[in-house]
Design a protein around this ligand. Structure first.
Ligand SMILES: [Zn+2]
Length: 311
């Protein structure tokens, strides 16, 4: 059936004739539609989700939405019911952890993640729901759509996808998962994290920057596949953004390349951790371009079994 489907799409395998097609950027883009990007983003950033904090309870509504999306699109649970549970500040919450295909401990493993939580409802005048559209409904949308696309194919490498809880409380969810995977001897080769990709980088459209740019060959390998996609942002180094998102938990725990792709450059968005971080403020078309390019780039990295190594 699989071969037939590929043939009917006019895609033929070349090297070793695996089930993987020759990935085409335009075809992948067509599978990641603006409508779906918009629909996921607006759902996660709606007032219904109460700022996606475990204290407000909104996080669990968002987590259900992600879990159902994974189920619907062939992303399997990595842990029972997709849940990796932890207690932060007395509140029980969980990361959502899925896998693409089966986990084979003899194969390389990549983790693709983003934090789903935000800072909930704050005691301020007026609009008190902090929707966190850019931070980080945007990155969560990217991981969900990339997972859906990757789940359409059979990969030799292991792919784990994770949406983290309690990032805003100090990367708690990511540290919990990293330590658990380490303890369980889950193999991990590198990690790619998505954070605030909802606005257009000042250097141009369809671009992101990578935190810890010079720590590995990740940027170089990604740019070999998608020229000019991954930029170096001087402020990312000055402010040590490498340590300020979930990638850092995996870097510390596994000592592997674990880095964040972002398009928030401090000039292109005025609502960081403000009530005004709402879906209407984001550059949806550019965000959709970034997700499409990321899906293509990751597919090529995985297909080529590119070695991502630390410097
Ligand atoms: Zn964030």
């Amino acid at each position: 059936m699989k071969k037939l489907t590929l043939l009917s799409l006019g895609i033929l395998c070349i090297t070793n004739c695996t089930d993987l097609p020759v990935f085409d950027q335009q075809q992948i883009r067509a599978q990641i539609s603006l409508e779906e990007t918009q629909s996921i983003l607006y759902t996660l950033a709606s007032d219904d989700m109460k700022g996606r904090d475990s204290n407000s309870g909104g996080y669990f509504k968002a987590a259900d939405f992600v879990t159902n999306y994974f189920k619907e699109h062939g992303v399997e649970p990595f842990y029972p019911a997709y849940r990796d549970s932890l207690t932060t500040e007395g509140v029980l919450s969980y990361n959502i952890v899925g896998r693409i295909g089966n986990y084979d401990p003899n194969q390389k493993t990549v983790l693709i993640g983003a934090h789903l939580d935000h800072i909930g409802i704050q005691k301020i005048e007026g609009d008190s729901i902090f929707n966190g559209a850019n931070d980080n409904a945007a990155g969560s949308t990217a991981v969900m759509q990339i997972a859906r696309f990757l789940a359409k194919h059979n990969w030799k490498q292991n792919i784990i996808v994770a949406l983290f809880t309690d990032e805003e409380k100090g990367l708690k969810g990511a540290y919990h998962l990293a330590k658990r995977m380490k303890k369980e001897r889950v193999r991990l080769d590198y990690m790619v994290n998505f954070e605030m990709i909802g606005t257009t980088l000042s250097t141009g459209e369809n671009q992101v920057y990578l935190t810890g740019y010079k720590r590995s060959n990740m940027a170089e390998e990604m740019n070999t596949i998608s020229a000019g996609f991954v930029q170096f942002l001087p402020q990312a180094r000055e402010l040590n953004l490498f340590k300020r998102s979930d990638n850092y938990a995996f870097y510390e725990t596994f000592e592997i390349p674990a880095q964040t792709l972002s398009s928030f450059d401090f000039k292109n968005f005025d609502f960081y951790h403000k009530a005004g971080d709402e879906a209407e403020k984001l550059h949806l078309e550019n965000m959709n371009l970034i997700i499409g390019t990321s899906a293509f780039t990751l597919a090529k990295l995985l297909q080529g079994e590119t070695k991502i190594k630390q410097f």
